[in-house]
Design a binder for this molecule. Structure first.
Ligand SMILES: [Zn+2]
Length: 433
């Protein structure tokens, strides 16, 4: 009995070794100067990966474990990060450079309406591909694309990045809302057919002022029943707040002019409460009160923080210190080129770092790195955003210009000195932008 147990044990041991050896044939061992694990920067750590992260150990130990693996040792002062996640971008306006009017929200919205057709016509696949590449060059391996018409889908299936494809619902007028809802469902179905091309089907609600509560409820129910990621623009501008609270202000003229109405379709509390059953990623929330933020925290919602877009559209500053106190997870996102001058995620991090001047520098820099890695990965349930065994082999390698004087400063120095990353790896494959 003992003998046969030993035999079985030996067989299993050999079999395991055989599997490891076979695995090592298609494995890469990567050694950078620093590796970002559990919000810390470690030296003398290497990782072994195929399309997923297989092991994390010293280089010597990994070489013993996977003798046939390709060894990749980078130059000095490199940092291995999980691939970055930009949760909120509109690709369809990527052709805008100097056309739209910045400074205040309603004049900007008027300029979007005025120039919309031209901007969309100029924004062909080549322009959108360039926008994806700009994100890629800054280390973005996953992004959330807000899509009004589905025109971005083809480019999103071709880009090497993973794309959370947010099919956007819009329609405040009860008579046309049904038709717009049917169109939304059709676009959602089309995106579901592209799952094998890196598309993660998702739903976006345009805003509280532009979506009728009846279709809003239907879309939220679809997100709940099909477990789809859900996002919504929310309290971006002072004008939006005034309209939803008092049906007055600049939005009154806007709705009278374009929709012949002087009534808002919902109010702030009714809108927020519609999302009680599903944690949602609210974009902007700049004009939310402490009480509203506390409500978002209570219902496990998260926020997309777009500092440059908010600045350019005159919307104000998101009080991130309140979010931190309340424990609301937040991402940092670029928004689209309709309200930004680049889609480089490092430009956005720098803007956030400078905007929140009262935040402790090192601590906040570390929080900003989390806001483009583990935090969005967690609320969108992505198998990335962390360097951890079993996670997807999505990486961004950053090279610092010199040796950092302390590991505590690495996040800050990365944010200050990086425009383009040195290398991007998605699903274990090196991607050139
Ligand atoms: Zn947006």
């Amino acid at each position: 009995m003992l003998k046969s147990s030993i035999k079985i044990f030996l067989f299993l041991y050999k079999f395991k070794n055989m599997l490891e050896l076979k695995k090592s044939n298609y494995m890469t061992i990567l050694k950078t100067t620093y590796t970002y694990i559990n919000e810390n920067f470690y030296t003398n750590i290497a990782i072994a990966y195929s399309h997923k992260i297989e092991a994390i150990d010293s280089l010597a130990n990994l070489q013993i474990k996977f003798p046939n693996a390709i060894i990749k040792e980078t130059k000095a002062n490199t940092v291995l990060y999980p691939g970055f996640i930009n949760t909120h971008v509109h690709l369809e306006f990527s052709s805008n450079k100097t056309t739209l009017k910045y400074g205040e929200f309603i004049p900007w919205l008027d300029s979007v309406i005025k120039n919309r057709e031209d901007l969309v016509a100029e924004c062909d696949n080549r322009v959108m591909k360039k926008a994806c590449n700009e994100m890629l060059a800054s280390g973005v391996t996953t992004f959330g694309a807000i899509s009004s018409f589905g025109v971005e889908l083809e480019v999103c299936t071709q880009t090497p990045q993973k794309v959370i494809f947010f099919n956007e619902l819009i329609g405040s007028n009860a008579t046309t809302a049904d038709m717009l809802y049917a169109d939304f469902l059709e676009r959602l179905d089309t995106s579901k057919n592209c799952i094998n091309k890196g598309i993660i089907p998702a739903i976006a609600i345009h805003s509280p002022y532009s979506v009728h509560p009846i279709v809003l409820k239907r879309a939220i129910n679809v997100a709940i029943s099909e477990k789809l990621p859900l996002s919504a623009h929310f309290l971006e501008s002072q004008a939006e707040r005034e309209w939803l609270e008092k049906e007055s202000g600049e939005f009154l003229d806007f709705f009278k002019k374009f929709f012949s109405t002087s009534r808002a379709v919902t109010n702030i509390s009714e809108f927020i409460e519609s999302f009680d059953e599903i944690p949602t990623h609210f974009t902007h929330a700049v004009q939310a009160t402490k009480e509203e933020l506390a409500y978002l925290a209570e219902k496990n919602h998260s926020i997309a923080h777009c500092p440059r877009s908010n600045r350019l559209l005159g919307c104000g500053r998101l009080p991130v210190e309140e979010l931190i106190t309340l424990g609301i997870p937040f991402s940092v996102a670029t928004d689209g080129l309709s309200s930004n001058n680049s889609l480089n995620i490092f430009d956005e991090l720098r803007a956030s770092l400078m905007l929140h001047h009262q935040a402790p520098l090192d601590k906040f820099s570390n929080l900003l790195i989390k806001a483009i890695t583990s935090v969005p990965a967690k609320f969108f349930n992505l198998n990335s955003g962390l360097i951890e065994i079993g996670k997807d082999a999505d990486f961004a390698i950053v090279t610092l210009p010199d040796m950092p004087s302390s590991v505590e400063d690495i996040a800050l120095q990365t944010i200050l000195h990086t425009n383009e990353v040195t290398e991007v790896i998605i699903g274990g494959k090196i991607i050139s932008s």
